[in-house]
Design a binder for this molecule. Structure first.
Ligand SMILES: C[S@@+](CC[C@H](N)C(=O)[O-])C[C@H]1O[C@@H](n2cnc3c(N)ncnc32)[C@H](O)[C@@H]1O
Length: 211
């Protein structure tokens, strides 16, 4: 297997990442995602292209596609098994790469990351924030586990594999972004549970420049 810079990347590229796919392959997840993205996207305008970082088998992209037609979808995924499923989907442009090395080929209207920043080695976060900013023409959606201060939490018996913090706040400190909306999805929601995640929709303030 390819050598990665961080142990967190090797974790997701390897057996844990393979097993994650089977544990999380359920049409109910697409329903919950559709509910979440209907809230996120209702505050946007003119999205015609989306890139997701750490998309796994694309369950967020299926949800967005159910809500919006004529959108071009791209996905960057480190895990080979997840990538092999993604690349069979004719409407997804899939890249089998770590987001720590991915160089965006062109900007998309929306750059999305959900449940991935929490698994990135915290020392590498500035690189991923930069990637999100560079990849987006207009919007950035961050859906992760929020904590006001950085903390590391045991993840399925593993240490140093799950980190919570104010990812969106850190992006807003670093770049010229407006907060458009934010929300919470609860694991005990009656119809559309998610893993207690907080989503943030950010907009680039200079997105009209150069038009
Ligand atoms: C918890 S899952 C979330 C999947 C999906 N975003 C969702 O919301 O259902 C984390 C995903 O990110 C991928 N991932 C983790 N680190 C990555 C990295 N450095 N580069 C690319 N993908 C990564 C994993 O392989 C996995 O598919």
């Amino acid at each position: 297997m390819k050598e990665f810079k961080t142990e967190q990347e090797s974790f997701w590229a390897g057996a844990f990442g393979d097993e994650y796919i089977d544990r999380n392959n359920d049409h109910k997840i697409i329903s919950s995602n559709t509910n979440m993205f209907s809230q996120v996207l209702s505050k946007t305008a003119g999205i015609k292209s989306v890139i997701e970082f750490g998309s796994n088998i694309g369950l967020n992209l299926y949800a967005i596609r159910a809500l919006m037609k004529d959108v071009e979808f791209s996905a960057v995924e480190i895990n080979k098994k997840a990538f092999s499923i993604l690349k069979e989907v004719e409407w997804i442009k899939a890249y089998n790469q770590t987001i720590l090395e991915f160089e965006p080929d062109y900007q998309r209207d929306l750059a999305l990351i959900k449940g991935v920043l929490i698994h990135v080695n915290p020392e590498e976060l500035p690189k991923v924030y930069e990637l999100l900013y560079k990849s987006s023409r207009k919007y950035i959606c961050i859906a992760e586990y929020y904590n006001p201060t950085p903390v590391s939490v045991n993840y399925r018996g593993n240490n140093d594999r799950l980190f919570k913090r104010d990812f969106a706040g850190e992006m807003m400190d670093k770049f010229d972004l407006s907060l458009i909306d934010y929300g919470f999805c609860y694991h005990r929601d009656n119809n559309f549970p998610q893993d207690d995640l907080n989503w943030f929709l950010l907009e680039k303030k200079d997105h009209n420049r150069g038009k």
